[in-house]
Design a protein around this ligand. Structure first.
Ligand code: DC
Length: 193
């Protein structure tokens, strides 16, 4: 049976960095599930059709990293039919040997509730806004407002809202260096192996 690591958390909490490091450390496949929603939003037109027709090439565009693509993704992610259209791709990805790391908002709660390890990565609003501003070369105050709007939408939607699974290990990266956060995540996985 493949080993699954589910990583959830709000925008810019550090989950992507941790997911990439864990996949490299343990030799597992990695899927940034936010890209599925970003690519669906970026396709334009009917979001349900866009999600149903999504293909691997759609995930490669560098434009998907922008703040605008994140907002569009968050809006279409609240549509239950969009989420349903993306489930099978994620399940197939998670079934790969020897294991997979998936990061997103609903991996531990909805997509992979039987994951052997679930991490819920958080950081203070201020720290997250500063990180994202540095990454995108944007204004921290504007990033803060955007992140808070996106978190609110992602947490308050009726289908698969952002929340920790009951058995998730919460990792607060606010005061940790990247290396410290990765080490704590590796320890949490090593305990479960
Ligand atoms: O992780 P990200 O910032 O790239 O995600 C962009 C948006 O996609 C996020 O605001 C909500 C949505 N999303 C989701 O609803 N479920 C996921 N598993 C991943 C992302």
């Amino acid at each position: 049976m493949p080993f699954i690591i589910a990583i959830d958390g709000p925008a810019a909490s550090g989950k992507g960095t941790i997911a990439r490091a864990l996949s490299a450390h343990f030799g597992f496949h990695h899927l940034d599930t936010g890209l599925l929603y970003r690519a669906t939003g970026a396709k334009g037109g009917d979001p349900v059709l866009a999600a149903q027709r999504l293909c691997a090439d759609d995930l490669a565009s560098p434009d998907l990293r922008s703040a605008e693509a994140g907002q569009a993704a968050s809006r279409i992610a609240a549509i239950p039919e969009v989420r349903a259209a993306l489930v099978e791709f994620q399940h197939r990805f998670a079934a790969q040997e020897p294991g997979a790391v998936l990061d997103g908002r609903d991996i531990g709660t909805v997509i992979c509730p039987h994951a052997q390890v679930k991490l819920y990565v958080v950081a203070s609003d201020q720290v997250r806004a500063e990180r994202r501003a540095a990454e995108l070369g944007a204004d921290p105050a504007e990033m803060l407002a955007q992140l808070q709007e996106r978190d609110r939408r992602d947490s308050e939607r009726a289908t698969a809202p952002l929340r920790p699974a009951n058995d998730a290990v919460v990792l607060d990266t606010s005061t940790l260096s990247v290396q410290q956060a990765i080490e704590q995540a590796i320890q949490a996985v090593a305990k479960a192996r």
